[in-house]
Design a protein around this ligand. Structure first.
Ligand code: SF4
Length: 406
């Protein structure tokens, strides 16, 4: 690697990106830090972290660093005889050949980790065709429009192979932008926004402190669609608990029917320890749905959907990953997936739940800690012998498996 004076050999990467951007190996560019709202009761992603704008100059310096790393990776590949192809051997050669940049003794651990993350993000992105970029963190749309346009243009001019630039946004922020501003962002290269709708039910939105009403969701979402920006709306089945389950399903579907987003993505509720929702659950203020009740709620939700959207269950939080298809054409098929599941006897459904959740847990952790393992074994034994307590044992095992896995 050519030494570059003053180079950090790393660019900032925030904590999360949507699974679809992970699947596409998007290059991650951090346009702002953390979440400007940071009050949603179910979310702990940015808890305790202050929101910060980054200047276009800072962001463009990161884009330049990503470009330099991409050039180094390609050059190393040619040097090693791989003809520009980015393989593990290329990454290893760069790391091994540059101990002053990646060596354990030469660099503080945090910077070393940032350098590895940056190198691997760029390598994966190049290996998958260098086509997609995701702007972090929680609400990039909050940037002043001319500054965001400047960043989008910098990405497009630095990386001519990029076909798609996406980001997270809040409905409330989208609703505050003018249509012309959103069109300007689209023209500059913003292809898709991922918005956390969570619910279209005002009671649920108030309870979880989403800071947005159903009407604002509709106004923001419709404006994004009208500007020509592809829109993914995220829904959280189970978020209304027992109290609002029916209304949550119905109102959310109605709001989406009005927005007509390109994608509707399901993220079934997982109550994470350390969140306000977890505290309210412990205080008896929130009564969560069981796995089967969430599935029933999803059925009610899909039954009311009439929009032309692609429904996706691309997250481990969902029990039935099979619920995926184009609406309205495939609505009957999607409902049948749910009906087939619900038609199974209780012990079969519990066994299915356990196997799915165990699979998700193992894919994240690679193993299982002794306390959780004991609960899992007890639950499987209870299912096998169909004891009266099998539902209770499964509930305890699922709660343990879900923590940290999703
Ligand atoms: S807006 Fe998004 S990132 Fe921010 S607190 Fe709510 S769910 Fe979390």
């Amino acid at each position: 690697m050519r030494p570059r004076e003053g180079a950090r050999y790393a660019f900032e990467i925030g904590p999360i990106r949507p699974p679809s951007e992970g699947r596409d190996q998007s290059l991650l560019i951090r346009a702002t830090r953390n979440c400007p709202w940071n009050k949603c009761a179910f979310c702990g992603t940015y808890r305790g972290k202050r929101f910060e704008y980054r200047t276009p100059a800072e962001i463009k310096a990161d884009i330049a660093e990503a470009k330099a790393l991409a050039d180094e990776l390609k050059a190393a590949s040619w040097r090693l005889g791989w003809g520009g192809e980015i393989r593990n051997e290329v990454i290893s050669a760069i790391v091994r050949g540059n101990p002053e940049i990646y060596g354990e003794d030469a660099v503080p651990p945090e910077l070393r980790e940032a350098r590895f993350h940056s190198l691997i993000n760029v390598a994966n992105w190049l290996a998958s065709g260098a086509k997609t970029v995701f702007l972090q963190d929680a609400n990039t749309l909050i940037m002043r429009t001319p500054e965001l346009v400047e960043v989008l243009k910098a990405i497009k001019s630095t990386f001519p192979t990029v076909e798609r630039i996406t980001s997270y946004a809040r409905s409330e922020t989208a609703a505050r932008k003018t249509l012309d501003e959103l069109k300007a962002l689209h023209d500059a290269g913003l292809s898709r926004l991922h918005i956390g709708l969570e619910s279209g039910c005002d009671e649920v939105l108030a309870f979880i402190r989403k800071g947005v009403t159903a009407a604002q969701h509709i106004a923001g979402g419709r404006k994004v669609v009208e500007a020509g920006i592809s829109l993914s709306e995220y829904v959280i089945p189970g978020l209304g608990g027992h109290k609002w389950s029916e209304k949550h399903a119905r109102d959310t579907a109605r709001v989406l029917n009005e927005i007509e987003p390109d994608f509707i993505r399901l993220r079934s509720l997982v109550i994470r320890e350390g969140t306000d929702l977890h505290a309210r659950y412990l205080a008896g203020e929130f009564e969560p749905l069981s796995e089967d009740e969430i599935i029933a709620e999803i059925r009610d939700f899909i039954a009311v959907l009439e929009c032309r959207s692609y429904l996706v269950s691309d997250h481990m939080a969902n029990l039935l990953w099979e619920i995926e298809g184009q609406l309205p054409e495939e609505k009957a098929r999607l409902l049948k997936i749910i009906d087939d599941y619900r038609a199974q006897p209780l012990h079969k459904r519990l066994e299915f739940q356990m196997k799915r959740r165990l699979q998700s847990h193992l894919s994240v952790h690679g193993g299982i800690e002794p306390g959780t393992k004991a609960k899992v074994e007890t639950a499987f034994k209870a299912i096998e012998s169909k004891t009266d307590s099998m539902e209770k044992e499964v509930e305890a095992a699922l709660a343990a498996l879900k923590q940290g896995a999703m």
